[in-house]
Design a protein around this ligand. Structure first.
Ligand SMILES: *Cc1c(COP(=O)(O)O)cnc(C)c1O
Length: 403
């Protein structure tokens, strides 16, 4: 108990972690009078990202990951009345931009290995939509949830077979790789997020990974209110104000200096959780399911067996709906919270959100995403989480389990 009482700081999931050089870039933006949504930091940040991703793709810095998803769909020509297939097990920002465009989300369940879009269900959904509407969906949005790459080869093979472009939501996957190649560089477009809780931050921001300079130029046009090159304001397309500020890009430049270090840290934390929790038979730590899949482990995640008993656990309350985390998950979150540790249930699937209750959904008879939502939780993993913290968290988990 001493250990718990002596613990003064709270341990968070993933807090922003300045590398030290951010202020220099911000100062430079002020000195050079570039307090605008363009400038040398924006160009430099885009170039840093391009190199980080392997140098083959172009990168457009934008104001958020959500904006990048939105622009990616615009780039695929998504418009009113179109259908777009998205992964149901995700954060709402993968799906909401489909609706912003007046299009209809079609939600697809996950497979058990990566927890991401199930390739077989994807193909079933495509075939069924073609049957029902007479045309193919306009885009596919697979996600690399918690940084874990989706089954890139299979999803792309199916997308190619039906000629449907892919917008990879790799908002959580900076530094993740499939077959040695960076996530976000496989589809027509890729998405990154630099929100305060992601792998790196610009305080708020994102990036759209584009296939070539021409496409980047076209997407920049849409991100700049689709302003035409006239001496006055001329508009022929519907645009958005989605550029990243040169001040925020300065934070991004500083963060890129520590991006590799952050990825190594998340890897180390994941390995520690796997080692320190492996003796609890009722807990599975989510790990890379095969050798070509290389997660950044943005957040380490665990799944509890239904029969695992946690201290302070309620009996299953009467009339409980299926779309809630199970009593042992809620009890463990409570135990860890009392010990000063922030944890969270996994993402609640979009097809179980009241907002999306009426959209078409293709799932397993035994829905993978629903089961994960019921049984799983995220553990602190960010660059501020020390090795000592991880040991303390695992110790607290051990103490919370009833024999
Ligand atoms: C964070 C996130 C986004 C959106 O990024 P923002 O920068 O917060 O707008 C999109 N998709 C997923 C899966 C995310 O985790």
């Amino acid at each position: 108990m001493d250990k718990i009482n002596s613990k003064k700081k709270r341990i968070y999931l993933c807090l922003a972690h300045p590398g030290g050089k951010e202020q220099d870039y911000i100062r430079k933006a002020f000195e050079d009078d570039w307090i605008a949504p363009l400038g040398p930091n924006v160009d430099g940040f885009e170039d840093d990202l391009k190199q980080f991703l392997g140098g083959e793709k172009e990168v457009l810095a934008v104001s958020s990951g959500t904006a990048a998803v939105h622009l990616g769909l615009v780039g695929c020509g998504v418009g009113p009345g179109d259908e777009v297939i998205a992964q149901t097990f995700t954060f709402c920002a993968s799906v909401n931009p489909i609706v912003y465009l007046g299009a209809k989300p079609i939600l697809v369940d996950s497979e058990k290995d990566t927890w991401n879009m199930d390739p077989d269900l994807l193909e079933e959904a495509i075939k069924d939509r073609i049957l029902k509407t007479g045309r193919a969906p306009k885009a596919i949005v697979p996600v690399s949830l918690y940084g874990m790459p989706y089954k890139v080869d299979r999803i792309l093979e199916i997308a190619d077979k039906y000629g449907i472009p892919v917008v990879e939501d790799s908002a959580e996957a900076l530094g993740s790789r499939f077959d040695g190649k960076a996530l976000g560089t496989f589809g027509r477009f890729g998405v990154l997020s630099f929100n305060g809780n992601k792998m790196i931050t610009t305080s708020g921001g994102g990036a759209l990974i584009c296939p070539d300079p021409e496409t980047k130029k076209r997407m920049l046009h849409y991100a700049t209110q689709a302003r035409e090159p006239f001496p006055y304001y001329q508009h022929e397309n519907l645009g958005y104000n989605y550029r990243l500020s040169n001040v925020c890009a300065g934070i991004g430049r500083g963060q890129m200096l520590v991006a590799d270090e952050h990825v190594r840290h998340h890897h180390k934390v994941a390995k520690m959780y796997a080692d320190l929790l492996k003796d609890i038979p009722g807990i599975q730590v989510h790990g890379n399911p095969s050798s070509e899949i290389d997660s950044n482990f943005w957040l380490s995640t665990i799944v509890l067996n239904p029969d695992l008993r946690v201290r302070g656990q309620d009996a299953r309350p009467k009339g409980e709906t299926s779309c809630e985390p199970s009593p042992n998950v809620m009890a463990l979150i409570g135990q860890l919270d009392a010990a000063g540790i922030e944890t969270r249930p996994l993402w609640k699937p979009m097809h179980q959100q009241p907002l999306y209750k009426d959209v078409p959904y293709y799932g397993q008879a035994e829905p993978v995403s629903e089961n994960l939502f019921r049984a799983g939780l995220c553990l602190p993993s960010g660059p501020r989480v020390t090795e000592e913290d991880v040991r303390y968290i695992c110790e607290t988990v051990h103490k919370s389990i009833e024999a």
